[in-house]
Design a protein around this ligand. Structure first.
Ligand code: GSH
Length: 317
């Protein structure tokens, strides 16, 4: 996530946080002007703390693309230069494929004049060593639609044709009111902007709570792209956003349906096994929030409850 000192250019006059746009947005696909789809050609750089990166890693796992697109992992604690991310390695080591210490090296390789924040996820073309795509909003959709020929057999269709319009509409809502809603709450620089976004988040959680009383997942009994997008924010809610972003009307575990739903997904391969709570906790509390000058790492909340029975595999009417 961005750190407060890095986002001064992204605060509007009324104190609202307005996220920078992505610099590398060339789509994957066939034909001119697209990034060719080729096994072994790309490496996705992610930090397990980051919800935007986490969703592309979950989809990669659900579709069985692990041997097709490799992964480089960045550390939860940002290096001394606050604009960078360092690879999770022992001292003196470099990323074994790219030979880099820092994420910025991949951005600078692609554009020596790059002026934005160095963000994850970032997809690097191994032919050049430079970032070719950091379009977190669309990356999962490329994995789902353009990389189909490499999906494992029996991979779920996370973006089925007949639901695409509905999924797109829900994803927009989830982006503005949930995924980015918590950031707009936490990064608000005025009471008014904070309160507006706080209500946006909790009104939408109430709506989702109701929706999930009728079906196991957001679109019936199948997991879709929208579930991945909602999950990444729910997984960080009680451990990071409740305290760190003052999104504290309720905790996730106070919503019976949302909490059961989140545990159901967590216990599904691809979700829980890519969720690193310790990294999330460290990053948000030690790097991201400005309210913890002594850098105290909280002991709670109890994470073992994520493995308790969820009861979501029942009949819905
Ligand atoms: N690329 C997007 C979203 C991705 C994003 O914000 N990633 C965060 C991690 S959750 C990041 O890498 N932040 C680094 C920074 O702000 O310096 C953006 O520019 O806002």
């Amino acid at each position: 996530m961005p750190e407060l000192k890095n986002i001064t250019g992204e605060i509007a006059k009324d104190g609202s946080f307005v996220r920078q746009s992505n610099r590398f947005t060339t789509p994957f696909g066939k034909g001119e002007g697209k990034l060719p789809v080729e096994a072994g050609r790309y490496r996705i750089l992610w930090a397990p703390v980051c919800p935007w990166a986490h969703r592309s890693i979950i989809v990669r796992a659900l579709l069985g693309l692990e041997d097709v697109i490799s992964v480089g992992t960045l550390d939860p604690i940002r290096p001394a230069n606050p604009h960078d991310w360092a690879f999770t390695l022992d001292e003196g080591e470099v990323d074994p494929v790219l030979g880099y210490h820092f994420l910025s090296e991949a951005y600078k390789k692609a554009d020596p004049d790059y002026k934005g924040r160095f963000t994850v996820p970032a997809v690097v073309d191994l032919h050049t060593g430079g970032v070719v795509n950091n379009d977190y909003f669309n990356l999962t959709r490329y994995w789902e639609t353009e990389w189909k020929e490499f999906h494992k057999s029996g991979a779920p269709d996370l973006y089925p044709e007949e639901l695409r319009d509905e999924i797109d509409s829900l994803n927009d809502i989830l982006f503005h009111e949930i995924n980015n809603g918590v950031y707009k709450t936490g990064f608000a620089r005025s009471q008014e902007a904070y309160e507006k976004n706080f209500h946006l988040v909790f009104n939408r959680l109430d709506w989702l709570e109701e929706r999930l009383s009728h079906s196991r997942y957001l679109f019936g009994d199948r997991i879709t792209e929208s579930d991945v997008r909602l999950y990444v924010t729910l997984a960080r809610f009680d451990i990071a956003y409740f305290n760190g972003f003052l999104a504290n009307a309720k905790m996730l575990k106070d919503y019976p349906n949302l909490w059961g739903y989140a545990r159901d997904l967590y216990q599904t391969p691809g979700f829980g096994d890519t969720t690193n709570f310790e990294a999330i906790k460290k990053h948000y509390h030690l790097c991201a929030v400005s309210t913890n000058p002594e850098k105290i790492l909280p002991l709670g909340p109890d994470l073992s409850i994520w493995n308790t029975p969820h009861g979501r595999d029942r009949k819905y009417s």
